[in-house]
Design a binder for this molecule. Structure first.
Ligand code: ATP
Ligand code: MG
Length: 347
């Protein structure tokens, strides 16, 4: 079983990222071959600072390692180190439907909030994301609920490619998303109708993985709740539902179990439990982070090792895609690696 997921190098990863994605990357290492990519090429589709990008990339790498990704058990790498991603993006853009890209929610939301240029890269973002996953013929993609639409587009791109160029074969594997049942959409604590987000949320409503315990307590205590006093989930109770969902995800139980436990409690008691359990949940990550982040040479060496292993897999896919699309000179023997590629898959 091959599992792939990408995460943006925004550095300040939040509780939503952690519960909805990172925690699942960590546990998936038990189930299969995990390939995790820090997607700096995606990050350049909105306004950014080039010097900052490298810093934030190291921050994100250290957070993932601190959370429990183990470079001996998974492949962890930087997207821009593996050029196959960019080449495959162009090749797949010929089977990606323009109208569908224009209708993507993320494109519409992010282009509205861009103050300057709305780049063509922002429109092509989901094609790059399709290339990320399809290059590895990954079977499973753990992501949060907000990525459902992009995953559907990716599946469509793979199917169209196979129909157009596959000659009856599944050259590109159509991946399955793995969206968690609990915690796939953690909401902003100050505005529980919007997802907790790196770029779009409120500072007070976003709990960062690296926040100090006191800051986390303050943010949770000041979370917006709903009218009434009953602790239960429901569409009329977005704030309380979100707190119940967070506690359920952190405890790895069903939200109904949390509801039952707090049925006789007030909002304040629920908030206290969420605050203290989120603090305990994130504390070990923050502690390990400080040590890991300090050694940039070690981080770079992990990323380099990961890139070598990733490239070996992606290059094979590109060879076949180019062949099927009639690009470059015809290959003499199918399945043979071109000379000079060097890397082999290890681990
Ligand atoms: P942005 O808001 O700028 O898109 P982000 O907060 O979504 O940033 P990403 O790096 O794009 O951060 O997302 C990494 C992973 O976290 C993705 O799998 C995404 O689906 C998941 N994720 C993001 N926000 C949430 C959330 N609020 N709840 C659960 N999962 C989330
Ligand atoms: Mg996102």
């Amino acid at each position: 079983m091959r599992i792939f997921s990408g995460i943006q190098p925004t550095g300040r990863k939040h509780l939503g990222n952690f519960i909805g994605a990172i925690a699942h990357y960590v546990s998936s290492q038990q189930r299969g071959e995990g390939i995790f990519c820090i997607v700096d090429l995606h990050a350049i589709t909105v306004a950014y600072d080039p010097g900052e990008l490298r810093e934030r990339l190291h921050d994100t790498t250290a957070i993932l390692l601190a959370a429990g990704l183990d470079p001996d058990r998974c492949i962890l790498f930087r997207q821009s180190d593996v050029r196959e991603h960019t080449e495959l993006t162009w090749l797949l853009s010929s089977v990606a439907e323009l109208g569908r890209l224009q209708r993507m929610h993320q494109f519409r939301d992010k282009s509205l909030s861009q103050r300057e240029l709305v780049s063509a890269g922002l429109l092509l973002y989901p094609v790059l994301q399709a290339a990320d996953v399809l290059a590895y013929r990954a079977e499973e993609v753990p992501v949060g609920e907000d990525q459902r639409e992009h995953l559907e587009l990716m599946r469509d791109v793979a199917r169209r490619f196979n129909a157009r160029f596959g000659g009856g074969e599944e050259v590109l594997l159509v991946p399955e998303h793995r969206i968690p049942e609990v915690g796939a959409r953690i909401m902003d604590l100050q505005d529980p109708t919007r997802k907790m987000s790196t770029t779009g949320g409120s500072e007070q409503g976003t709990v960062y993985v690296l926040d100090e315990p006191k800051t986390i307590e303050k943010k949770v205590r000041s979370a917006v709740t709903d009218s009434g006093s009953e602790v239960r989930c429901g569409p009329d109770k977005p704030g309380v539902s979100n707190l119940i969902e967070i506690l359920a995800a952190v405890r790895r139980v069903d939200p109904a179990a949390v509801e039952a436990e707090f049925a006789q409690s007030r909002y304040g008691e629920l908030k206290e439990a969420v605050a203290s359990e989120v603090v305990d949940y994130l504390a070990p990550v923050r502690e390990r982070y400080a040590r890991l982040r300090a050694d940039e040479a070690a981080l770079e060496s992990i990323l380099e090792g990961g890139a070598g292993r990733a490239r070996a897999i992606a290059a094979q896919t590109l060879l076949e895609v180019r062949e099927r699309m009639g690009l470059g000179g015809a290959r003499r023997a199918l399945g043979g690696a071109p000379s000079g590629m060097g890397d082999t898959v290890s681990g």
